[in-house]
Design a protein around this ligand. Structure first.
Ligand SMILES: Cc1cc2nc3c(=O)[nH]c(=O)nc-3n(C[C@H](O)[C@H](O)[C@H](O)COP(=O)(O)O)c2cc1C
Length: 185
């Protein structure tokens, strides 16, 4: 197919910034997303010995009517299976002092056992799921839909109950592969 010469010139000029090779595109995607600052959450589900928690940045509000959010969890994570089976989960929005808890539920703590709930104090919420003490907010959800996209499952949760800390609690943030905190201009 003949291309408009103006378009060809434009395409040639943008060759250095446009990434088309599959591996390079993946790597550029990860680097781009790493520049996206997010809050840090621990998604919890289950009770007793069947408790699971996983650190998650991929969490978003979906709508307020009804209050609904989504989380994306790797299909390889044991929390993924548990969450699908239980049909309920909590999103614990960590506060800025809870970095150690984030590392534990990401399986990368140097001090405590990976994914071990003894790294934090917690109570059972109205849906029976673990709510981490001191979280900026803990939102208890019922799964209303789920969809596997590539390596992750997107779980849509309708919020049934919310526990909130005092407004002075600030959220833990993650950006450029490191933790940080919010500073208003
Ligand atoms: C800040 C941060 C954010 C993360 N966000 C997600 C996420 O949104 N979804 C997910 O499935 N895993 C996420 N992870 C990874 C999991 O917490 C966890 O590290 C992983 O499931 C452990 O599995 P592996 O060590 O076997 O790879 C995140 C990890 C960190 C440290």
């Amino acid at each position: 197919m003949q291309r408009d010469s103006g378009l060809s010139k434009c395409a040639a000029e943008s060759e250095d910034v446009a990434v088309r090779d599959v591996d390079a595109l993946r790597s550029s995607f990860l680097d781009s997303m790493a520049s996206n600052s997010t809050s840090v959450h621990v998604v919890t589900t289950g009770t007793g010995d069947r408790r699971f928690g996983v650190t998650v940045s991929a969490c978003s509000s979906v709508c307020a009517d009804p209050p609904t959010l989504l989380v994306c969890i790797n299909t390889r994570s044991p929390a993924n299976v548990a969450l699908a089976e239980n049909g309920v989960f909590a999103v614990n929005l960590l506060n800025v002092a809870q970095r150690g808890i984030a590392d534990t539920f990401a399986g990368r703590s140097a001090t405590s056992k990976p994914f071990d709930f003894s790294c934090c104090t917690h109570t059972a919420g109205t849906l029976g799921v673990p709510l981490i003490d001191g979280a900026v907010a803990a939102l208890e959800c019922r799964v209303v839909a789920q969809q596997v996209i590539g390596t992750h499952t997107v779980f849509f949760g309708e919020v049934a109950a919310i526990t909130r800390a005092p407004v002075t609690h600030m959220p833990l943030l993650y950006c450029k592969r490191d933790y940080g905190q919010f500073l208003a201009f």
